[in-house]
Design a protein around this ligand. Structure first.
Ligand SMILES: [Zn+2]
Length: 103
């Protein structure tokens, strides 16, 4: 009796190379979080004596013109990628490629 091969069932696409991923193969998930990491808050006597009312009002006006998504992008962004085995290996070998011309 001849076994009939089961057709592949694709459940995901590799987000890096675009190859369909068969449900039977290992899929890798890469999560990247990019968030603001403020340094220590430094307050001197000048800051304590200075009025901040106008500065705060200007910030509120600026924020009022932005969407919630625009405001969040400056604070926290998360990415999630599905990867095939080949792309997982390439990604972990070089997760942060050098950007030429920056700086
Ligand atoms: Zn891939």
């Amino acid at each position: 009796m001849t076994e009939i091969p089961t057709p592949p069932q694709f459940t995901h696409l590799c987000d890096r190379c675009g190859r369909p991923l068969d449900a039977r193969e290992v899929r890798f998930v890469a999560k990247i979080q990019v968030f603001a990491s403020p340094g220590p808050i430094v307050v001197d006597s000048g800051d304590l004596l200075r009025g901040h009312r106008d500065e705060i009002a200007a910030l509120i006006r600026q924020c009022a013109q932005m969407t919630e998504e625009e405001l969040m992008k400056d604070v926290f962004v998360e990415f999630k990628f599905d990867l095939c085995l080949r792309c997982q290996r390439d990604f972990i070998a070089n997760p942060m490629p050098v950007v030429r011309g920056a700086a």
